[in-house]
Design a protein around this ligand. Structure first.
Ligand code: PHB
Length: 554
């Protein structure tokens, strides 16, 4: 059992690294607040001096874990590498996620996987049906055990000390205010009263029901997925709404299929070959920088401590101190103190000589950062690009044979038509459309263009299909498209594709400018490198985000 949320220095062991504790506290405050706080709010929430908050957030910003936006500190996608290290090390999403998704399709209901975290449960996978009727939780969200179906099952494994900790928490916080993901406004008192009884019943029956314990209307049915040693590895739940199921019908209609899926999951866990002991993910980017580059304000002990988390991962679930030190390039003594600190806050568990990550690592930003869109991921990169080239920039996706704008940072109006998010243009006559078409498999490109009439929108528009095909092949080869006054006279634009982890083109970014401002050559010489850098930033953030979460375009 990891200890509960200690991110203060008061009860920390003497070896604990104070700056690391502070950094973890700042990240957890930001997470609980939904990902954004002003510096003043952070000061008040942590009780730290302004100068300390500045040094901690400056270090986190240098690591790419937060962004500073005016007075706000905002969690940034690269922080997800910490939660990813945990999820990769336990392998539950990798081995069971596909089956959970298939079950959600089969039942047409949301399906989740949760693990135990202290006296709460934490989601490690979500296959969410989009329905407006009830809350849906995110990967990383923590709920109190007594308010959920999975918690009832996990509590059957608690020892007396764990029950005692649960009772203490219930007394101190009966409404569950310490669980920011829990919808408030409903007393949780009822859920606690007969908890022990419900735990015994569920243990006997082999399943648990949540009859509107989280919120009115939400019902859930859960079964354990056991590891080879008989312990519950995770709990599989399906979530519905009282408009479709009540607790009784949920159990009579869905239990057999839930059980069958859990059986298949247990086999998958048993039969999974031991993972190849993977290579560490590599030294963190900041470790290569000199002290001078990092600046006097950079708190190295905080950065080192967080880097220890990335020593774990696929095939690296349980590591001795030596392996952690080797993977991170840290001295053994440094790695040891970081591990002691992380154990103190419950992010690392010790088993003999081996250390492993716990689900609490997901409390470091995972939930707010994992539920996002490509458009939101791209936004700060578009803003930076627009500022550097002093021109408007946009993000778009392909819809049929049109491009649809999903993001835009405008520096000036150069077009006659006003472009807003949602605006569509024919793909064949735009730079973003051309990189999107060029990124398609040949048959898909042909199918989309088959129905398009290639109209001359200006005297310069390419309207011959053969010529367009040759241009698209060229774009695929060059990696960018430059379109000159084909959509509108006087408008020049240059675009590049955004690729997902699998290498598929999922969106395009362009810079559009007045033809009089930069020649074609100047566009390639001055704008293309900046565009390339912005795309690299978007792709790095997209890839770390979609490793375990689904990222819709908008
Ligand atoms: C969920 O996956 O959202 C969920 C699962 C079990 C519950 C409540 C919610 O009891």
């Amino acid at each position: 059992m990891p200890p509960t949320n200690h991110d203060t220095t008061a009860d920390a062991p003497p070896e604990a690294v104070t700056p690391l504790l502070r950094g973890l506290g700042v990240l957890r405050r930001l997470t609980d607040a939904g990902g954004r706080l002003t510096v003043g709010e952070l000061e008040r929430a942590t009780g730290l001096a302004r100068s300390t908050v500045d040094r901690v957030t400056g270090t986190l910003a240098r690591m790419g874990y937060v962004r500073v936006e005016g007075r706000d500190i905002v969690l940034a996608p690269q922080l997800l590498e910490l939660g990813n290290a945990y999820l990769a090390s336990v392998r539950l999403p990798e081995l069971l996620g596909g089956r959970a998704d298939a079950l959600a399709d089969e039942l047409d209901e949301s399906v989740s996987l949760a693990v135990a975290d202290g006296d709460g449960i934490r989601f490690v996978h979500q296959a969410t049906r989009r329905r407006a009727m009830s809350v849906s939780f995110r990967i990383g969200d923590l709920l109190p055990a007594e308010r959920t179906a999975p918690g009832v099952l996990f509590a059957a494994e608690w020892d007396e000390a764990e029950w005692e900790r649960w009772r203490e928490r219930r007394t101190a916080d009966p409404a569950g205010l310490g669980f920011p993901a829990l919808p408030q406004g409903r007393s949780g008192a009822a859920a606690g009263g007969d908890f022990a009884e419900r735990v015994a019943e569920a243990d006997e029956a082999g399943f648990a029901v949540d009859d509107q314990l989280v919120e009115p209307g939400l019902v859930a049915l859960a079964v354990p997925v056991r590891a080879a040693d008989g312990r519950i590895a995770c709990v599989l739940s399906t979530v519905s709404h009282t408009s479709r199921h009540d607790a009784g019908s949920l159990h009579t209609t869905l239990l057999p299929r839930l059980r069958a899926a859990a059986d298949a999951m247990e086999r998958a866990l048993r039969d999974a070959p031991e993972p190849e002991p993977g290579a560490p993910s590599g030294l963190a980017a900041w470790t290569g920088a000199s002290k001078q580059e990092l600046g006097r304000e950079f708190v190295e002990s905080l950065a080192r401590g967080l880097t220890v988390i990335t020593a774990f991962g696929a095939g690296r679930a349980a590591l001795p101190l030596t392996a952690v030190a080797e993977a991170t390039g840290l001295a053994r003594a440094t790695a040891r103190r970081a591990l002691i600190t992380l154990e103190h806050v419950g992010c690392v568990a010790v088993d003999g000589r081996e250390f492993r990550l716990t689900p609490r690592v997901l409390s470091l930003g995972f939930a707010p950062l994992s539920r996002t869109t490509l458009t939101r991921i791209a936004q700060p990169h578009l803003a930076g690009l627009a500022e550097r080239v002093r021109e408007s920039t946009s993000l778009a996706v392909l819809v049929g044979d049109e491009v649809q704008y999903t993001g835009r940072v405008e520096t000036s109006r150069i077009m006659n038509v006003h472009i807003t998010v949602g605006t569509r243009f024919p793909a064949y006559a735009t730079s973003m459309g051309r990189v999107l078409l060029a990124g398609l498999p040949a048959a898909d490109r042909a199918a989309r263009l088959a129905g398009s009439e290639l109209r001359a929108l200006t005297p310069h528009t390419v309207t011959a299909r053969a010529e367009l095909d040759a241009l698209l092949d060229r774009v695929a080869h060059d990696g960018y498209a430059l379109v000159d006054e084909e959509l509108e006279e006087g408008l020049r634009s240059i675009a590049m594709p955004v690729r997902d982890r699998a290498g598929r083109v999922v969106a395009a970014v362009n810079v559009a400018l007045h033809a009089a401002r930069r020649s074609r050559e100047e566009c390639v010489r001055e704008v293309l490198p900046e565009l390339t850098a912005a795309i690299a930033g978007i792709e790095a953030d997209l890839h770390v985000t979609e490793r375990f979460a689904r990222v819709p375009a908008y």
